[in-house]
Design a protein around this ligand. Structure first.
Ligand SMILES: Cc1cc2nc3c(=O)[nH]c(=O)nc-3n(C[C@H](O)[C@H](O)[C@H](O)COP(=O)(O)OP(=O)(O)OC[C@H]3O[C@@H](n4cnc5c(N)ncnc54)[C@H](O)[C@@H]3O)c2cc1C
Length: 467
C-alpha cells in the first residue's frame, strides 16, 4: 500500500528540516525525501558547517589576531595536515547531524532515501537503492537547494580543478591555489586557505569583491586580505583553464585570464555561481516551470504556481542563506496548515565568514544616497577598545548609519572579530526603530567589542550636533 502523508518535503537541508519539523509540531504526519546518503543538505555536507569550522581553525593560524604575548602560531601552520582538518570539521558535522537526526526522531518524521520526482500533483516516486518508493501527500515543500555550477568550459577533474563540493578530494594541502569567484563563498575560502600559508590568487570579474558590501568596509577588507597573503586579480575574467605538468612532473593547473595573464597553481577552485537541481523533479508532470538556473518562483507564502506545492530555500534564489531557508521552511509549513504567522522581517543580516569577518544589516551609504535620505555615519575602531587590544584585532571597525533628522539607526556595517555576532545588536535596535541615543543610554559590559556600538554612537552624535 502507498504511504500517505500530510506533508512530504523534498530535501533535508535547513529549509526542508524546518518545514518538516514545523508540520510535525502542528500535529501533521510528515516525511522528508533525501537523495544523498546523509541528512543536512549543502549546509552540513560541503557548505556552511564544514567551511565555518575550517575558518575557525584557520583563524588560529592566520596571524590576524594575536597580542604578541604568546608565540606566533603561524610557524606551525605548515605542519597542519588535511587529516587533522578533516577530523576537526568531521567532529562538528557529526555533532550537528545528530541534532538533526534527534529532531526528526522526536517529531516522528519519516526519512525516505532516494531521488524524488513528481508523478502527479499528489504523488512522488523516490528512486533509491531498493528501487522506487511511491508516496502520496496533501501538500509538498520543495527544498532541493543548489549545487556548485560546473560550466562546460572548465575541465573539472575533481582532483586539481575542483568546486567547493569536491575540494575534499584534493587530498593534501596545496602550496598554491587559484580561486575563481570573489563572491561570499570564494572569498571565505580564499581567506581560510591563505591562513594556512597557501599562496592564493583570487580572481573576480568585477572591480571589487563582494559588491553588496559598504565601500569603506570593503576597502579595509581588501587591504587586510592582501596582508594575509592573497593576490587579488580584480576586474579579470578567466579565459581558459587547463591541467599542465609542473617542473617535477606533478600535475598543475594553468589559468589564462582574458587580459593575457597566466596563473599557475597546484589547484584551482571554481567558486563562481550555484545552480538549482529542479530538472530531476519532473516538474512537467505537475505544471511548474523553472528558470534557466533551475530556480522556482513563489508568492509571498512560498507557494509555487500549484498552491499545495511550496518551495523554500536556495531553490527560490536570493538571499540563499541557511538562516533564511529555515525561516522560509517554517513559514511555508505554517501557511500550508493554516497556522497564522507574521511574514519574515525585511531586516536580514548578512554574515561573511572571511578573515577578517564582515557583517551588515540595513542600508548602505550608497542605498541611502540613491534614495536621497539624509544620514550621518558614526565609526568606532576596535583598536580603541580594550577588548580589541586584547584580541590584537587591527582591522576591526563598526560603522553606524543614522538618519540626520530622527536619529534612527538605518544601517550597521562591521568588519573584524565577532562581526557576525555583533551585528545582531544593531539589527534589534533597528527592528524596534531605535535611535543612536538608545545606544548611548544603555550600559554595555566592559571590556567587550559591543562597546563599539557606544563609541560609534557618540561619534555619530558629535557629527549630528551643530557646533
Ligand atoms: C561553501 C558554502 C558555504 C556556505 N556558507 C554559509 C554560511 O556561512 N551561512 C549561511 O547562512 N549560508 C551559507 N551557505 C548557504 C547555505 O548552505 C544554503 O543557503 C542552505 O544550505 C540552503 O538550504 P536549503 O534547504 O535550501 O538546501 P540545501 O541545504 O542545498 O539542501 C538541499 C537538499 O535537497 C537534496 N535534494 C536535491 N534534489 C533532490 C531530489 N530530487 N530528491 C531528494 N533530495 C534532493 C539535496 O541532496 C540536499 O540534501 C553556504 C553554502 C556553501 C556552498
Amino acid at each position: 500500500m502507498t504511504d500517505h502523508y500530510d506533508l512530504v518535503v523534498i530535501g533535508s537541508g535547513p529549509g526542508g528540516q524546518r518545514a518538516a519539523i514545523q508540520a510535525a509540531k502542528l500535529g501533521k504526519r510528515a516525511a522528508v525525501i533525501e537523495q544523498s546518503d546523509q541528512l543536512g543538505g549543502a549546509a552540513l555536507r560541503a557548505g556552511t558547517i564544514p567551511t565555518k569550522t575550517l575558518k575557525e581553525v584557520a583563524l588560529i593560524f592566520s596571524g590576524a589576531t594575536g597580542t604578541g604575548l604568546l608565540p606566533d602560531l603561524r610557524n606551525l601552520r605548515r605542519h597542519v595536515t588535511v587529516d587533522e582538518l578533516s577530523a576537526a570539521t568531521g567532529e562538528v558535522v557529526r555533532a550537528q547531524l545528530r541534532v538533526v537526526e534527534d529532531a526528526f526522531a522526536r517529531n516522528h518524521i519519516n526519512v525516505i532515501w532516494g531521488q524524488a520526482r513528481f508523478v502527479d500533483q499528489h504523488t512522488i516516486a523516490a528512486a533509491g537503492r531498493g528501487g522506487d518508493k511511491v508516496v502520496t501527500a496533501d501538500r509538498f515543500v520543495i527544498a532541493t537547494g543548489t549545487r556548485a555550477a560546473r560550466p562546460a568550459h572548465v575541465p573539472f577533474n575533481d582532483r586539481t580543478i575542483v568546486t567547493t563540493e569536491t575540494l575534499r578530494n584534493v587530498g593534501r594541502l596545496p602550496r598554491s591555489t587559484v580561486v575563481v569567484g570573489g563572491g561570499v563563498i570564494g572569498t571565505e575560502l580564499a581567506c581560510s586557505l591563505a591562513a594556512f600559508d597557501i599562496q592564493v590568487t583570487l580572481v573576480e570579474g568585477r572591480d571589487q569583491l563582494l559588491g553588496f558590501v559598504d565601500r569603506e568596509i570593503i576597502e579595509a577588507f581588501q587591504t587586510a586580505i592582501r596582508r594575509l597573503g592573497i593576490t587579488l586579480r580584480l576586474g579579470e575574467k578567466v579565459h581558459k583553464i587547463e591541467e599542465a605538468t609542473g617542473a617535477g612532473g606533478e600535475p598543475v593547473v594553468q589559468a589564462t585570464l582574458e587580459s593575457g595573464k597566466s596563473l599557475r597553481a597546484d589547484t584551482l577552485i571554481y567558486a563562481a555561481g550555484r545552480q538549482g537541481t529542479c530538472k530531476a523533479l519532473s516538474l512537467d508532470n505537475v505544471g511548474i516551470a523553472y528558470d534557466d538556473r533551475e530556480r522556482l518562483k513563489v508568492n509571498e507564502h512560498y507557494q509555487t504556481s500549484v498552491p499545495h506545492i511550496y518551495a523554500v530555500g536556495d531553490v527560490i534564489g536570493f538571499p540563499a542563506l541557511a538562516a533564511t531557508a529555515m525561516e522560509q521552511g517554517r513559514l511555508a509549513a505554517c501557511h500550508a496548515f493554516g497556522e497564522p504567522t507574521r511574514s519574515m522581517g525585511s531586516l536580514l543580516p548578512y554574515g561573511i565568514y572571511s578573515i577578517p569577518e564582515i557583517s551588515m544589516v540595513g542600508e548602505t551609504e550608497k542605498s541611502l544616497t540613491d534614495a536621497a535620505i539624509p544620514y550621518e555615519s558614526g565609526v568606532a575602531r576596535y583598536e580603541e577598545l580594550a577588548r580589541g587590544k586584547m584580541l590584537g584585532d587591527r582591522d576591526g571597525l563598526l560603522k553606524l548609519l543614522v538618519h540626520q533628522k530622527d536619529r534612527r539607526v538605518l544601517g550597521v556595517h562591521c568588519i573584524g572579530s565577532s562581526a557576525t555576532e555583533l551585528i545582531h545588536i544593531g539589527q534589534m535596535v533597528m527592528a524596534y526603530n531605535g535611535t543612536v541615543d538608545d545606544l548611548v543610554d544603555n550600559v554595555f559590559n566592559y571590556p567587550t567589542l559591543a562597546e563599539a556600538y557606544k563609541n560609534a554612537a557618540h561619534n555619530a552624535i558629535n557629527k549630528l550636533t551643530p557646533h
